[in-house]
Design a protein around this ligand. Structure first.
Ligand code: FEO
Ligand code: CA
Ligand code: CA
Ligand code: CA
Length: 599
């Protein structure tokens, strides 16, 4: 029964006190160790990190900035697959005001931009992308294997191949790449996934921010670009490189916003942008092997009023034939979700020629549908959600959890059953159930697991169970993980001294029985950081967490009344050393003396 299930799945740990300070905090009886930090060596021969002398060539060999997604792939043949493997980590973006001395001290963002030299931009580009590291647990403690043959950095200049239905499209061709099939780099890779065939899916999210310039109203791509916020002028890269200037290279932005598949076991492999999976601000790409061995990937498009997607491969995973799995993600069907008020739901295919996805609406082929995935979904009447972030399948129950982080722009006349709160400051979590446990099906049922926020404030309307303590509630769900025992863990982005009086962190949340919607705080970030990552080893003895942008508790610019965090020792997590800036880092959590986490 559900009650019995709740009794056996309970999370056994003493909750951390909610709050905010300069340190990280984990539940008593656990060790939370720094595994690798921004600037630590990745590839053989990498120089030691010296923030005062940083260079792009050093950064290309070192761990990048703003670690987000973490994937763990057991080493094939390892005696203990949960003690030796590859860690794949996304480096989502850079905070120049936290990384470089003299930038945050400027009076305005414009003045800081003017200070960004080509050398600094090149460091930023090298700090983007991702990292592959080999790690091992000896005598209970994890460490990075030095000089591993798998060690790899991927950055904003790594050569990548564009594959699938949009490869070679006229709209993907540039001066530097007349083939429309070869692109440099991946940008703003947020969450992701690992596949049963041992690859890493890394998801390009807010790619619009890297493009600068100003679109003319009569620009032929104006409508398509505006739907994605291109250009957004968040970075100074367009000052030095024409491809990031939409007025100089009008098609480059179409080559970003994809899911990138990387084989971490072959450090010479070319990453592939899998266009069949759609182009939008991909949060993540967690998947499940369907009962018929097709692979199904659930995906959120992180934007206010954007959509939840899934991709279903045409082919089937074959565990005995690695070559047959290699390009599975190039052929299949992309679906967008519609949540009906009666708790039913539909997956609507984004297939050229079907319904409104025709030449009459400006689509001449499937490439057009994929390049403009958002507009195609608008035409299908998909449900406009409150910023869909991570989605994960519970492998034990087959239920799918979708994090909806918040949406303060939703007006009272825009609420619907799946997004029931106007001015949704704290977000919510939806639970979806595929019909007959078939993830490829076009129908599902759904309900809201949880409306987030402080349950002691009636107007917030939060729905944590009454067993949830004052430390146990949270807002802004972002990433999630389901461990091998089918237990849901949620990490947050946006809790802060201003928003909730508490830091971001990782919460354990019950999904079944009487305990459903009971949440407990397991790990708390240092001030200004967002909690990313969560990834467990298969034996649930190890939890990897990514602490992203420590020290970033709002605009750092003097114009906003803040001193540069670079010079404020209390923000220099995790080293707290003079001259050392705060460093985004991967934290590895194990039970002191060993054993399963929260059991
Ligand atoms: Fe990069 Fe949607 O968080
Ligand atoms: Ca993030
Ligand atoms: Ca995220
Ligand atoms: Ca987020």
């Amino acid at each position: 029964s559900q009650k019995a299930h709740a009794a056996v799945t309970g999370f056994k740990f003493d909750e951390v006190a909610a709050g905010v300070d300069e340190r990280h905090h984990v539940a008593a009886g656990y060790d939370a160790d720094i595994l690798i930090r921004w600037g630590d060596a990745v590839t053989p021969g990498a120089p030691a990190f010296d923030p005062a002398q940083q260079s792009a060539s050093a950064q290309k060999q070192q761990f990048g900035y703003n670690n987000d997604y973490i994937g763990y792939l057991p080493m094939p043949g390892a005696a203990n697959p949960s003690a030796h493997g590859l860690l794949v980590v996304n480096h989502e973006y850079t905070n120049e005001e936290l990384m470089f001395s003299g930038i945050g001290e400027q009076d305005t963002k414009e003045a800081a931009f003017a200070k960004m030299t080509k050398d600094l931009v090149d460091i930023e580009k090298a700090a983007h992308g991702g990292a592959v590291i080999e790690i091992r647990r000896d005598n209970g403690k994890w460490s990075v294997v030095p000089n591993s043959k798998y060690a790899r950095r991927i950055d904003a200049d790594t050569v990548m191949e564009i594959t699938g239905p949009a490869a070679g499209s006229e709209r993907l061709k540039t001066k530097a790449d007349p083939s429309g099939r070869r692109v440099l780099g991946m940008l703003n890779n947020c969450a992701g996934g690992v596949t049963p065939w041992g690859t890493w899916l890394s998801c390009e999210e807010n790619f619009n921010g890297y493009f600068w310039g100003k679109l003319a109203d009569n620009d032929p791509q104006a409508t398509a670009f505006k739907r994605y916020g291109v250009p957004s002028n968040w970075y100074a890269w367009g000052k030095f490189e024409d491809r990031f200037d939409v007025n100089k290279e009008p098609n480059e932005a179409n080559r970003f916003g994809w899911v990138v598949e990387i084989d971490p076991f072959d450090p010479n492999s070319t990453p592939k942008k899998r266009t069949a999976m759609g182009r939008f601000k991909h949060e993540g790409a967690a998947g499940i092997l369907n009962k018929d061995n097709r692979y199904v990937v659930y995906q959120g498009d992180d934007e206010r009023f954007d959509y939840v997607y899934k991709f279903v491969t045409a082919g089937r995973f074959d565990p005995a034939n690695a070559a047959a799995n290699r390009d599975l993600l190039d052929a299949g069907t992309l679906f967008v979700a519609k949540y009906n008020a009666d708790g039913s739901g539909e997956w609507m295919p984004l297939t050229f020629g079907q319904g409104p996805l025709t030449a009459a609406n400006g689509f001449k082929d499937q490439a057009d549908v994929l390049i403009e995935t958002r507009r195609a979904s608008d035409l299908l009447g998909a449900t406009k959600m409150d910023r869909p972030e991570d989605a994960e399948v519970n492998p034990v129950t087959q239920k799918v959890y979708v994090m909806l982080t918040n949406n303060t722009r939703r007006k009272p006349d825009q609420v619907d059953a799946a997004n029931p709160r106007a001015d949704n400051k704290f977000g919510h979590v939806i639970e979806m159930t595929p019909v007959d446990g078939d993830h490829a099906a076009t129908k599902f049922t759904w309900e809201i697991l949880l409306k987030c926020g402080d349950p002691s404030v009636a107007e917030v309307g939060a729905t944590f169970s009454s067993a949830t303590t004052k430390d146990g509630w949270f807002g802004m769900p972002d990433n999630c993980a389901v461990d091998a025992d089918g237990r849901l863990w949620i990490s947050t982005d946006g809790n802060s001294d201003k928003a909730t009086g508490r830091a971001d962190g990782l919460w354990a949340i019950e999904t079944a029985g009487e305990a459903r919607a009971t949440s407990k705080l397991f790990f708390r970030c240092p001030a200004g950081a967002e909690m990313c990552g969560p990834m467990f080893t298969p034996d649930v003895e190890t939890l990897f967490l990514a602490v992203q942008h420590p020290g970033d508790d709002g605009p750092q610019w003097k114009a906003f009344g803040r001193a540069s965090t670079f010079d404020d020792p209390s923000t220099r997590w995790p080293d707290f050393k003079p001259g050392m800036p705060p460093r985004p880092s991967v934290v590895v959590i194990t039970r002191t003396g060993g054993g399963k986490i929260a059991s």
